[in-house]
Design a protein around this ligand. Structure first.
Ligand SMILES: [Zn+2]
Length: 450
């Protein structure tokens, strides 16, 4: 049984850069409490699971307001704080519980709580996730209950089970990735090759999985020298930023569509990386890997010490080439599904390359009602794109290719508010739409360049 931890403050010194951070199991146990706090005192809190992320449980002595269970937001090894995930236990069915995420007002993208119409996600069975309607953003007035932590993200639930898992966005764990890949190779053994833990991750032994449809790249296990060299190559890269678990849900929809209707896989080699930053994801990081690196700023000059994920993946992409490379992300603030225009500032980007991106937009608009082209990032001036960003590096390296970064929201989509949050189901729908979109534009692409 873990030792009771009455106080694990966010100011706990960070571990040395090169040591692997220890998992923390925090139990909200204290003694000598008033009867008003009885409910909250008996709530147990744990983040000791894949993707779990809090910096600790606040001491009852410091929690203002009876009956509130307060936890501290975690900063990852690169200092980013946004993702959180913990499990509350010992709940009594039918009883209302209040929770507070302390430090949410100082989160890296704190403006995103309000601008994305954010609501906490919760799950009782770890398969189905629902949004907590009674969610209050930092700085907003809370109605009804006593409100003693106005700077925190606050929410309440009436317990229906004895334990509930809360998270920034529905988790997509390493086990889920393994199951996705395992089912694919089992369902289509002639077409799929699962390469478990084939990409190294910094300061972690978990590795990142890659699922191939068709031949892997040269020098990789299973490379088929007799494969048709004229087959186009498609790369789907997800979760460079580990707290953006939407990307893995998109990958799931993409893979299942390929298995149901293998038309695209029949004409192209496809590599799906459901979670390239598996080390950071399993440790509950939001934006960085365990060496503190932002992988999506490492593509220009990756190195074995701080960004081995990118070093290995970039080598594979370079060896095989790319006709399509989609890098899937989530934006904490913008209520939209959009293609980043960052690559438009890549030096020398051609009119053909721009036309290809416009065609992609047009075809995806037909197939994904959540996608839109009004809200998004402003393109950098011509020639000023940061080519350390994956999609920009790929745009410069493979000028004939469709290389793009896609972003999805944490809350609702602005033009479809009636649909509620951009859920995992809608992530999967986007994945399906991407397969159909690529299938429609591939015949119009010049695939003879590698
Ligand atoms: Zn991202």
């Amino acid at each position: 049984m873990p030792a009771p931890l009455a106080l694990l403050r966010a100011s706990t010194p960070a571990p040395p850069l090169r040591s692997r951070p220890a998992r923390r199991t925090a139990m909200a146990m204290v003694t000598n409490v008033t009867s008003d706090d009885a409910l909250a005192v008996h709530v147990t809190v744990s983040s000791n699971f894949d993707g779990g992320a809090i910096a600790g449980v606040e001491s009852r002595a410091n929690v203002r307001g009876a009956g509130v269970t307060a936890v501290h937001i975690k900063r990852d090894e690169g200092g980013a704080a946004m993702h959180f995930a913990f499990r509350a236990g010992n709940l009594r069915r039918g009883t209302k519980y209040q929770f507070a995420l302390l430090g949410a007002d100082r989160a890296t993208y704190a403006e995103g709580w309000a601008s994305s119409s954010y609501k906490v996600w919760a799950s009782e069975d770890l398969e189905n996730w629902f949004q907590v309607e009674d969610t209050t953003h930092p700085g907003e007035a809370k109605t009804g209950d006593e409100d003693e932590h106005p700077d925190a993200l606050r929410w309440s639930i009436v317990a229906n089970t004895t334990a509930v898992t809360f998270a920034y966005y529905p988790l997509y764990t390493a086990e889920q990735t393994a199951r996705l890949c395992a089912r694919a190779q089992s369902q289509a053994p002639d077409m799929c090759r699962w390469c478990p833990s084939v990409l190294p991750t910094a300061m972690s032994n978990v590795g990142a999985d890659v699922l191939f449809f068709g031949s892997p790249p040269p020098h990789w296990p299973g490379y088929n020298q007799n494969s048709d060299a004229n087959r186009p190559m498609i790369w789907i890269i997800c979760r460079q930023h580990p707290g953006e678990s939407q990307a893995s849900w998109v990958a799931e929809g993409f893979v299942k569509k390929l298995l149901d209707e293998p038309g695209l896989a029949a004409v192209a080699d496809i590599a799906v990386v459901p979670c390239i930053n598996q080390g950071g994801a399993s440790a509950g990081a939001h934006r960085h890997n365990l060496a503190g690196a932002d992988l999506n700023r490492a593509w220009g000059a990756p190195n074995a010490a701080t960004s081995p994920e990118v070093l290995a993946c970039r080598a594979a992409v370079t060896a095989r080439g790319a006709n399509v490379l989609l890098d899937i992300h989530a934006d904490e603030s913008l209520p939209a599904v959009f293609r980043s225009h960052s690559a438009h500032g890549v030096p020398g980007i051609s009119k053909d390359a721009m036309a290809l991106r416009n065609r992609f937009d047009t075809e995806l608009l037909k197939r994904c009602p959540d996608f839109q082209t009004e809200i998004g990032y402003t393109a950098p001036p011509p020639g000023k794109a940061n080519t350390n960003i994956c999609a920009n590096w790929a745009t410069e390296t493979f000028p004939w290719a469709l290389a793009a970064c896609l972003e999805v929201p944490y809350g609702s989509v602005a033009h479809r508010p009636e649909r509620g949050a951009f859920s995992p189901a809608r992530c999967r729908e986007l994945g399906v739409a991407l397969v159909e979109t690529l299938e429609s534009i591939l015949p119009h692409m010049n695939i003879n360049n590698y």
